[in-house]
Design a protein around this ligand. Sequence first.
Ligand code: ADP
Ligand code: MG
Length: 423
Amino acid sequence: MRMSDLSPLLSSIFGFDSFRPGQAEIVTAVAAGEDVLAIMPTGGGKSLCYQLPALARDGVTVVISPLIALMRDQVRALKAAGVCAGHLTSANTEEETEEVFDAIDRGDLRLLYIAPERLASGGTERLLRRAGVMMIAVDEAHCVSQWGHDFRPDYLRIGELRRALGVQTTAFTATADAETRAEIVERLFDGAPPRTFLQGFDRPNLSLAFLPKNQPRRQLLDFALARKGRSGIIYAASRNKTEVLAQALREAGIAAISYHAGMDPDDRRDAEARFQTEDGLVVVATIAFGMGVDKPDIRYVLHADLPKSIESYYQEIGRAGRDGDPAETLTLYGPDDIRLRRAQIEEGLAAPDRKQADHARLNTLLALAEAPVCRRQTLLAYFGETLAEPCGNCDLCLEKPETFDATDVARKALSTVFRAEEW
Ligand code: ADP
Ligand code: MG
């Protein structure tokens, strides 16, 4: 299929003037029937890469996606654009399910989103055969990786489904490291490498900064106060801390709420809805807040504690500035964080080789925290990209070395003030 056949759908169905970087190549390969693994940053526009080819050809595309809320949003948007799409999840109403079956019987259905849990039932394979599935699209494909924090055991059934149906399979993720890629190839494609696209990971509009913890609560409040009225996410390492910090921010006059997996589901939904719609709200959250967040104008992501790995760091900061306007990131870290992260890895139930890999990913993040030159160059190097010039938009590029010896300050901070690491 030629690009000239695909481009009209871009405007007529999706209402976009042009492809985002990387999309045209991926869409072309997918529409040509190739097996594809596409790695593209969060917000890069992965959905379109399977939705558009799904509409350019006959047959049904089945999309496997880990979050019911995301499926619902996508199906709603597709329907609003006049596309016959549906979802099958545990949260379906009877009417919704019936509508899907009717559309299959009529031969109208184009995109069917299914929750990975559905793959456990034999009926699903029969249904998909009956529906005339021509492509399996796996969204958030890194959920198949047992090494990552989004691991979903039911994703391991996708390989089986692919073998059973014998159809084209495409996989999409923002998680780029070589290990995860290898695992995706192994588990989804039986080790036969699909055509792989690695789309640029640089987000030049995000400023990058790390700061050793000194008086962390003060550092955090100062940062948030200086940005009062802007939407931000503050990630903290524990549930209790999200509540304590949100309270401290409110007392300082900042509109802030907390969010973590221990909250009542209704309260979580409320918090998500408020953050999505309210201007200038700050959410203090654990990493439970994330995959479903699609707010374009988040102006900062502040890590109150060191993330667990370089992958987590990249994904979490990537939620800021999706509209392309400048956004800031700052990561606070101290020796207690490092001890905590190491202990979490050691206390986990993972196999020894996996623990070793987790330590390595933590070490890479520490190397970034203590990088001697441009952080963006260091970060992108991890993702296999080279940035020729220092970025000019990270703390290391912006500091003037002749007047400010960062290593010296950091060393002092590390030796003296960390003892006072109190929240
Ligand atoms: P990802 O899954 O890679 O994080 P999405 O598929 O959710 O990204 O797309 C992110 C946003 O970008 C969505 O709001 C989507 O509508 C928008 N988008 C995708 N492709 C284009 C495009 N070619 N032009 C303009 N906006 C686009
Ligand atoms: Mg997506």
